[in-house]
Design a protein around this ligand. Sequence first.
Ligand SMILES: Cc1cc2nc3c(=O)[nH]c(=O)nc-3n(C[C@H](O)[C@H](O)[C@H](O)COP(=O)(O)OP(=O)(O)OC[C@H]3O[C@@H](n4cnc5c(N)ncnc54)[C@H](O)[C@@H]3O)c2cc1C
Length: 202
Amino acid sequence: MEKYDVAIIGGGAAGLSCALTLSSAKGKFPWAENRKYFVLDNDSSDLIKAMLNNVPAVPKGTLGRDLLKQLKEQVEDYGITDIKQERVIKIEGEKGNFVIHTENGKQYKADYVVLATGFHEFNIEGLDVEVVPNPKAPRPGKIMIKSDEFNKVKDGLYVAGLLAGVYTMFASAAGSGVETACAIMSEWAGKNVVIHDVPDPK
Ligand SMILES: Cc1cc2nc3c(=O)[nH]c(=O)nc-3n(C[C@H](O)[C@H](O)[C@H](O)COP(=O)(O)OP(=O)(O)OC[C@H]3O[C@@H](n4cnc5c(N)ncnc54)[C@H](O)[C@@H]3O)c2cc1C
């Protein structure tokens, strides 16, 4: 069974943005070398129903599904993140030794887990997390998981996107995924980390 450094559950705005930021550290720091990431998603992102006119720097009228496809390609372009279409039903273990079980009976291992499954429901078994009403949801009945200011739920377990309690806007959810990636990388580096690129001077 292949072991991933980070398994991200949910490949919507937040999960893919988290994977993109993690992947973009490749080649920039010694602690980022030989890392492998994993996104497990069951293809029901809210973006699939959306047409986007107000996402910063995204052309007006872009379909949410097209944006998701583009984001997936951007992540895969780094060559260090596997993206699979599977529903996660159970997660066991702790930091350094999480085991993720899917509906198809498959199991995957990861050192860290990021939960980015949106705010409609949370029905993954095996994790001791506190699911509470989401105070920023436009309608009642939506949920989030309690975490600290770094989106950390407990050692090795993070949350991102609407499940972390941000407003239901693409930029907020994507930004939350980026925040979670930076928090995990900062743990690895032992200091605050962001990934910034500059144009080639040549
Ligand atoms: C109709 C509609 C229109 C919208 N229009 C706009 C707009 O114009 N502008 C704007 O900024 N925002 C818009 N949004 C909001 C935007 O789509 C959300 O803010 C954003 O998608 C939230 O990102 P997320 O990653 O938290 O959740 P999602 O994008 O919903 O991603 C969650 C992912 O988790 C996966 N998942 C859930 N459970 C599991 C599981 N057990 N195993 C594996 N995968 C799982 C789902 O398949 C999904 O892909 C709109 C939303 C809707 C519904």
